[in-house]
Ligand binder design. Structure first.
Ligand code: NAD
Length: 250
């Protein structure tokens, strides 16, 4: 990823932070994007990348806002001259049976997870089309194993994660011959604040479909994300890659 530049959303924490660190280690410029309320942790992610010899800065955003999706891309282009990769990773969950999910919670999960991914992709693709062919850019979206099957108490979340796969597959076929690859990762139970803040019985329930009884480490997702963005994955587009210790294999 030497000489490349791009962005990771939700990079103040968990999977996004691990991916930002890995992009930085691999020599890419990284715009570390997260909510203003996560500024301190986001600045810390950027500082960790710089301390390891990489190149990064923090940008506050709310991915649910159209203006922010465009502004993030503009900032990468302004700082590094082009955008080569993007990882649309910011996401939230609501844990409730479908009939007890409030309309407000449903709308917020859709706004952040699905609309946020759409808005990001739209502006990232437009900017990547300005790059020289043949390989103009690569996008990875964070779906979930809940994008591949139902997960008890995660109906609204699962709907958005299935939707992210629809956006991914469609963009992959629409922009394949323009040299833009679009893929998704579908993590299983990964030990991040999103998981660790759940009650132990709920964590155990989420972990139970996995063949490995341990949760994944965010760095194990980052390895897949950075590979999908690299030239090593040059003939890989439109995939929904499980990183989930076989929770959807059986
Ligand atoms: P996390 O809570 O540790 O990190 C999520 C980050 O996204 C936070 O820093 C948060 O501030 C940021 N964020 C939330 N809303 C935002 C918004 N509107 N705009 C910008 N940033 C926003 O969670 P995580 O576990 O690292 O999750 C990252 C992604 O991975 C999510 O999309 C999640 O659905 C997905 N995922 C996580 C797991 C898991 O087990 N942890 C499994 C499958 C998928």
């Amino acid at each position: 990823m030497e000489g490349r530049a791009g962005l990771v959303t939700g990079a103040a924490s968990g999977i996004g932070r691990a991916c930002a660190l890995r992009f930085g280690e691999e020599g890419a410029g990284v715009l570390v994007a997260d909510l203003e309320s996560a500024r301190a942790a986001g600045e810390e992610t950027a500082a960790m990348i710089r301390a390891a010899g990489g190149d990064a800065e923090f940008a506050a955003c709310d991915v649910a806002l159209a203006a922010d999706g465009e502004a993030l891309v503009a900032r990468v282009v302004q700082r590094w001259g082009r955008i080569d990769y993007a990882h649309n990773n910011a996401g939230i969950g609501v844990h409730a049976p479908l009939a007890e999910t409030s309309d407000e919670d449903f709308d917020r999960v859709v706004a952040v997870n699905l609309r946020g991914t759409f808005l990001g992709m739209k502006h990232q693709i437009r900017a990547m089309l300005a790059n020289d062919p043949p390989a103009r850019g690569a996008i990875v979206n964070t779906s979930s194993n809940a994008g591949l099957r139902g997960v008890h108490m995660l109906g609204a979340y699962a709907a958005t994660k299935h939707g992210i796969l629809g956006l991914t597959k469609n963009a992959a076929i629409e922009y394949a011959d323009d040299g833009i690859r679009v893929n998704a990762v579908c993590p299983g139970a990964i030990m991040t604040p999103l998981m660790s803040e759940l009650p132990p019985d709920r964590q155990a329930e989420i972990l139970s479909p996995q063949a490995m009884s341990r949760p994944g480490d965010p760095a194990e997702v980052a390895a897949a994300v950075v590979w999908l963005c690299s030239d090593q994955a040059s003939f890989v587009t439109g995939v929904a890659m499980p990183v989930d210790a076989a929770s959807v294999a059986g």
